[in-house]
Each structure stands twice: as C-alpha cells, then as structure tokens.
Write a protein that binds this ligand. Structure first.
Ligand SMILES: Nc1ncnc2c1ncn2[C@@H]1O[C@H](COP(=O)(O)OP(=O)(O)OP(=O)(O)O)[C@@H](O)[C@H]1O
Length: 252
C-alpha cells in the first residue's frame, strides 16, 4: 500500500534521520515507538508527502507520492495529526464532513451518502453528542476523537495517526485503539505512533523502533516489544509484569 525505501527525513538545513525502510500493508497495523524528538512525526509527514524526502523514495501503491495528485492522495491516505488547538469554531460535524471533500467534485454539495458516512463515523467514536459543538470549545481528548472520526469519514485505504491516544482517558484510549484494529481487520493499512509500548503490544502486528534518527529494529510485535529492546530504545529501565498474553511493561 505504502512503501518507503532508504528514506532520509528532515527539514531544510536539518537532517533528522536516514535509512528508513517502511512497508504499510493492507490489513496490518504498524506501530512506531521511540524517544521524544527522535523523528517520529517527521517520518510520518514524509510518508504522507507533506514534507519532501531528503533522500530515498515513498511509493503510494507503487507510484512516487510526490507525483500522486492531492485529491488522489486524500482518497487513499488519511492523516490524524496530534490534536492541536484551533482558532476556528466549526461544529464537530462539519470538521468530520471535511473528510468527505475528496469524494465530491470541486464545490460539490455533500450528498445523502456523505452525511450518512459522517453520522456513522461519529457513532463509531461515540461522539454523536458532540456533533453540534464548536471544535474550539472541545477538550483536547474530545478534539482527538473528532479528528479520528474525520479520518474514518474519508474512507481511505491507509490511515496514519500521530499519537492518537495522547490526550485520551483510559476508556477512550481503548475505544480508539479498538477502532484502529478494526480498520486493519477491514483491510486498511494502519500506522500509529505511541509512547505506550503496551498499545503496540496489544493492537499492532509489527513495530518499528526508532532512535536517534535511525531504525533500531523492525519486526513482529511479539519479537520486539520485549524488556531488553525497550530498555535499549528508551535508554531507561523497564519492568515487565504478567506473562504470556497478559504481559505488560511499566517504566521502572
Ligand atoms: N519544522 C521543523 N523545522 C526544523 N526542525 C524541526 C521541525 N519540526 C521538528 N523539528 C526537529 O526534528 C526533530 C524530530 O522531531 P519530531 O517531531 O519528528 O520528533 P518525535 O519523535 O515526533 O518527538 P515526540 O515524541 O516528542 O513527539 C527534533 O529535533 C525537532 O526539534
């Protein structure tokens, strides 16, 4: 679905990392783990074609992403950014409806199907009660759920989420992570970043461990979400509790 080969990432005059090989496959969830400032968001933005690669290439279904027209990109690829405060007071429903933009013609009015998909997305995230509230009056976590609903409404083939659970309470973390799993089970390719290795352990198929602008390791969750790997990744002590399917990791 989405592939990167020997990708170098960064900003003008500032190299953040290099040597990334990434494969986002239909029906599979990839989790990206790594310390603060390691380059996770920069990698996501490069995969999305929002900032140019400094080397290597990103292919969207085999085509160089820079050459895929923006509308085509929006039909195939959804992005859930870290929930930032916004000055605009659009009602939440309108924000979710914006996810439908690429499906209509230029200036086309949304149709019955667009509104049905928006309702369905609001329901899946359990936020129908927020539909008419202005987005700039919502809490950070509520806003995050609206952004995930907007990505669902886009009906893409791949979804990339930047710390989707960061500002969510425990219940809503589960809601969003289950939704992420369900999207992959429905055949989408999914990539999300998280600071909680347990989220990767429970909901992802593969992980990419990223540190100092490079790939420390990449592979199946069961092989890499382990105490020694996490200690190397974060340069900090990690405690393992439980065992088998019930195992989890805590900062020690
Ligand atoms: N617009 C920018 N211009 C120049 N440097 C930037 C820009 N945005 C981020 N950086 C730098 O790039 C590096 C990687 O940042 P990035 O946001 O990708 O890390 P991250 O792994 O997502 O971090 P966190 O876990 O804290 O969100 C950092 O050193 C950061 O200061």
């Amino acid at each position: 679905m989405l592939q990167a080969r020997q990708l170098a990432i960064g900003y003008p005059g500032r190299r953040v990392g290099a040597g990334f090989d990434v494969d986002l496959d239909a029906g599979s969830v990839l989790a990206l783990l790594g310390p603060n400032g390691g380059g996770k968001t920069t990698l996501l933005k490069t995969l999305l074609g929002l900032i140019p690669a400094q080397g290597g290439e990103v292919l969207l279904e085999g085509q160089a992403i820079a050459r895929v027209p923006l509308r085509e990109r929006a039909l195939r690829l959804a992005y859930v950014p870290q929930a930032a405060a916004t000055g605009f007071g659009f009602p939440a429903r309108e924000v979710v409806l914006m996810g439908r933009t690429a499906h209509g013609g230029l200036l086309a009015r949304p149709g019955a199907r667009d509104h049905a998909v928006v309702d369905q997305s609001l329901q899946r995230l359990g936020i129908m009660a927020l539909a008419e509230r202005p987005i700039n009056e919502l809490s950070g976590g509520e806003r995050q759920l609206v952004l995930v609903a907007r990505a669902l409404a886009q009906e893409p083939r791949a979804v990339i989420l930047d710390e989707p659970t960061a500002s969510l309470d425990f219940g809503n973390q589960g809601r969003v992570l289950r939704e992420i799993r369900r999207l992959a089970d429905d055949g989408l390719a999914v990539l999300f970043t998280t600071h909680d290795p347990n989220h990767a352990l429970r909901f992802a198929d593969r992980v990419l461990l990223m540190r100092d602008g490079a790939t420390l390791a990449q592979g199946p969750v069961a092989e890499l979400v382990r105490r020694e790997q996490l200690q190397a990744l974060y340069g900090a002590a990690v405690e393992e509790v439980g065992s088998g399917n019930g195992r989890a990791f805590l900062p020690a």
